[in-house]
Design a protein around this ligand. Structure first.
Ligand SMILES: [Zn+2]
Length: 152
């Protein structure tokens, strides 16, 4: 289940995604609340973040598949000293690496929202939520799963 997130995780002054020809399809899909994962047209290997070439076979042709948005926390950290002035006001915050359940080891760096940092743990089941920015870009975040699955 996808849930809309109302509050931005970071204030407006935070750097926003840099759109380039390789990542543009990914970020455009985010605006439509679709989380895409790039795959190699030759060998089918999925990869994240978007890259111009397959690291497995060297092919430059790619396609995109839509992720369910379900996954688990692969690893995370709690940031107490921010490298960017804009995020000083929201310390501490988490940075989490999410392993998407639809793929074989596709990892996505994001944040877990709607979850106190002290209850985050590795393997926590999570689901996608969208943060709609005022500039029109939507950013992917994750929250603890509200589904009927239980942590293993
Ligand atoms: Zn390949």
């Amino acid at each position: 289940m996808r849930v809309e997130s109302d509050d931005p995780y970071f204030p407006d002054g935070m750097p926003q995604p840099a759109l380039d020809p390789v990542s543009l399809p990914f970020w455009e899909a985010c605006r439509d609340h679709r989380l895409l994962v790039q795959y190699c047209s030759k060998c089918g290997t999925h990869r994240s973040p978007p890259k111009p070439m397959c690291g497995h076979c060297g092919c430059f042709e790619c396609g995109w598949s839509e992720a369910s948005g379900r996954g688990r926390v692969f690893t995370y950290t709690i940031v107490h000293h921010s490298p960017h002035p804009a995020s000083q006001e929201c310390l501490p915050y988490n940075i989490a690496v999410i392993e998407l359940e639809d793929y074989d080891r596709v990892l996505l760096t994001s944040n877990v929202v709607n979850c106190p940092d002290d209850v985050l743990y590795v393997d926590l089941p999570v689901e996608l939520v969208w943060e709609d920015r005022r500039d029109g870009q939507s950013l992917y975040r994750f929250q603890p799963s509200t589904g009927d699955r239980r942590p293993t």
